[in-house]
Design a binder for this molecule. Structure first.
Ligand SMILES: Nc1ncnc2c1ncn2[C@@H]1O[C@H](COP(=O)(O)OP(=O)(O)OP(=O)(O)O)[C@@H](O)[C@H]1O
Ligand SMILES: [Mg+2]
Length: 360
């Protein structure tokens, strides 16, 4: 077989593969220390933006630090484009880190260096001469929209501008993979959006694979086409962001998402709902439907099927990594006949449903 750019073996090989990865901090036996990663088997595909979400302490940073060799696994393997990171010597690690860029929550810029010199730092370390560095840094500053700030120092920049410097610096060695550890967590929503737009552009125009970890659902929802959910050192759910966000199966995913996706009930209603119906109660149900055109016909059919006692309490059209979906929160009598009619209707239409609870 000839080696070509389109070699399917290359296309199929994941950018990052975690195989049976555990990470234990402190102590020598099982009785002491802390298990941050409890057995990760997970692959990050090439060319797309993948998000890893999880609560604080779930193991996100530990996981991403294994990818560029800042941590070593206690057991298992981390392969970056087929290379076993744990087996690399110092020279191997230096080579790896040129092909894996990283950006951070607090930017990690050198305060005594100008914007241009911060961006050029990885090239200096790699031994490039002044001229070669200048030739690279100019276009990078243009890419991130900071051409007019070349001679400024980090203290003179806004948070969003500092992160743009971080991104340009991470791209200086032309990596094939960009790691992001909460890169937008210190930024306001508008600045976050502009940084996410920049990451999207970089992914699209440079074909760069992006692996980002975050506790912000909005970030994943806006730019990641795939997502994995990490909980207590394990990946508990993964797949296309649209599928996971519209039909979360694991309780951690449901808990992380409940506040951020689709139509919501006001707190004064949701806080009063019970898990089982009492006589005369109504069922409060969230319906998820796909595409942006189903809203009107669906509400009409729902009323036709369930009768005039169905109430529509909230509705929203939303978007996940560019794909539209709608959600409705409805309430109807929780008597056996109505519940049975509703279930038949959901089965016929393939609607995704979530029972929020029962109440008056
Ligand atoms: N060097 C270390 N020594 C001991 N324990 C550690 C070390 N680094 C991380 N841990 C522990 O491992 C667990 C996972 O940490 P990690 O930083 O990966 O979490 P995280 O998901 O990134 O959380 P956050 O969202 O707060 O950044 C935490 O309980 C943390 O205390
Ligand atoms: Mg972290």
């Amino acid at each position: 077989m000839t080696a070509t750019v389109n070699n399917p073996a290359n296309a199929e090989r994941p950018m990052v593969a975690f195989a049976g990865v555990t990470k234990h901090f402190g102590g020598t036996g099982d009785q002491t220390g802390f298990t941050a990663l409890a057995g990760i088997d997970y692959s990050v595909p090439k060319g797309v933006i993948t998000g890893i979400i999880g609560r604080s302490g779930a193991g996100k940073s530990t996981l991403i630090r294994l990818v560029n060799g800042l941590e070593k696994p206690t057991s298992g393997q981390v392969l970056v484009d087929g290379v076993d990171v744990g087996a690399l010597d110092d020279a191997g690690l230096r080579t790896l880190r040129r092909s894996v860029g990283m950006i951070f929550q607090h930017f990690n810029l050198l305060s005594s260096r100008t914007v241009a010199d911060n961006i050029g730092l990885p090239l200096e370390i790699a031994g490039h001469d002044r001229k070669a560095i200048e030739a690279k840094v100019g276009p990078l500053m243009e890419l991130v929209g900071l051409s007019d700030k070349a001679g400024r120092y980090p203290a003179e920049l806004s948070g969003g501008q500092k992160q743009r410097v971080g991104i340009a610096r991470a791209l200086a060695t032309e990596p094939s993979l960009l790691l992001s550890d909460e890169a937008t967590s210190a930024l306001d929503p508008e600045t976050t959006q502009s940084i996410l737009d920049l990451l999207k552009t970089i992914n699209r125009d440079l074909g760069l694979t992006v692996l980002l970890i975050t506790h912000e659902m909005e970030v994943v929802k806006t730019i990641a086409s795939r997502v994995a959910v990490i909980d207590k050192g394990l990946i508990v759910e993964e797949g296309r962001t649209f599928d996971i966000f519209t039909r979360p199966r694991h309780e951690t995913t449901q808990a992380l998402l409940s506040a951020s996706i689709g139509a919501k009930l006001p707190e004064w209603i949701s806080s009063d709902l019970k898990p089982v119906p009492a006589a005369g109660d109504r069922a409060f149900v969230r319906l998820i439907f796909f595409g942006d055109t189903a809203f009107q016909p669906l509400t009409a059919r729902l009323v036709a099927e369930l009768g005039p006692e169905v109430n529509i309490l909230a509705g929203a059209i939303d978007e996940i990594s560019g794909e539209p979906f709608g959600s409705l929160v409805v309430a109807y009598p929780a008597d056996p006949q109505t519940l049975a009619r509703a279930n038949t209707f959901y089965q016929q239409t393939g609607l995704a449903t979530e029972v929020l609870g029962y109440g008056a």
